[in-house]
Design a protein around this ligand. Sequence first.
Ligand code: BES
Ligand code: ZN
Ligand code: ZN
Length: 470
Amino acid sequence: MKVVFNEKNTDFKVCLIQNKDLSRFDDKEFFEINDYKGVGAICNLAKRTLYVGLNDELTYASFIASLGSAIKSIKNLNIKSISLEFINLGCEFYSAYAHIYAVISSLYEFNKYHKEPKNSKIELISLETQQNDDIQQGIELGKVLANACEDVKNIVNEIPSTYNQLSFEKDALKLAKEFDLECNVYSDDYLQKEGMNAFLAVNRASSYPAKLIHLAYKPQNAIKKIVYVGKGLVYDTGGLSLKPADYMLTMKADKSGAAAVLGILKAASMLKLPYEIHGIIGAAQNCISEKSYMPDDVLISREGVSIEVRNTDAEGRLVLADCLSFAQDLKPDLLIDLATLTGACVVGLSEYTSGIMGYNEDLQNEFYNNSKRSGEYTCVLHFNPHIKELIKSKIADVSNTGSSRYGGAISAGMFLGEFIRKEYKDKWLHLDIAGPAYVEKVWGENAYGASAAGVRMNIINLLRMARSAK
Ligand code: BES
Ligand code: ZN
Ligand code: ZN
């Protein structure tokens, strides 16, 4: 996508309407005929103009959703260039990001399996504003994030018969080559030697080996070491505690956390962020064979904590337990895991919102505030000792499911917390992206399918951390 400023000759004009105020347009008759009052988007084809009514409560998230969803309505017209009005949402840098990300991301569609895939022809955005450094850098951020998120969406949307543990290895190696990252890939033998029995148990019925992938971006000017850990379940049938058919559908998206980790590393490399960033991916497939791990099993994890398996569908936390153990050996200043961990998080927070958990309230609040600039919705969920009681086991150190129907997102988070060593408790965040990772009912800028949840909030959290460190 090319971005220019104040270009007069574009194919289409995109007008942004605040406070339902239509008075500046000389299109009264069109508004009247269509009973348009500045709410939602409407397109006047004769005038080659798209009117975008913005939400009264204007936030980065609502802006990206309104603009993105409006652009979707014209993306398949024969348009090559658009001129786009510019609104300052509070900070020019993030505003420029929001404009560019909204447009580019809304053009995405996973259509490789269609006989005749249609792709948008829009290739130029002209921003109607005065150019400055902040806006220029915001445009760059928008392009980079849209690009990284597109890769993530392609991975998550890919079908389970095609995308397996080896595909993650291939994609990680490709990324490492392109951006000069360090990349080590470990398979079953190494995991066995390391005592990663929880991770291995989940993958035991798969015909592909489990893969622990370790990527590292190490710039010379690094001010901190950040480690991301991603749940990479290339498919989650539930295992022997089999999911009902309706709930199994979309479980190709159970690799969203791991895919987001790849996206974060790509974006961080492109933006040359001043952090040493590690990405750990736990790639496994939770399926059924005579080798399956079983409910009633007890697994000894890499941290030495024993786990009673009461449900083989609570597999993500088992993979993450061992990956978080590996991650702590890297001595991170900040440790963040991303996972489509629980259906309970979707029930509690909606399909639009990710859960932020951990032991450090300041860190959680900072992340929450920073994520607002990204346009992704998050919500802090607090741990408490009553919920910890729910994951007690009679025969092992911890149970992989909570004993109550309630509080499943937090009990899963507290399960992970059992594998975080004392010295890292305050440096760890758990992000449950189960809600927004996969879009079944289309909303905002998103197409049906993967949304690349977690990438933007983390990159913008890093940008804001770097700024406050100065
Ligand atoms: N991958 C699922 C969680 C999930 C559900 C993600 C819906 C996205 C949408 C996870 O492995 C799982 O199955 N969790 C169980 C845990 C339960 C058995 C304690 C769940 O949430 O039902
Ligand atoms: Zn599961
Ligand atoms: Zn899962």
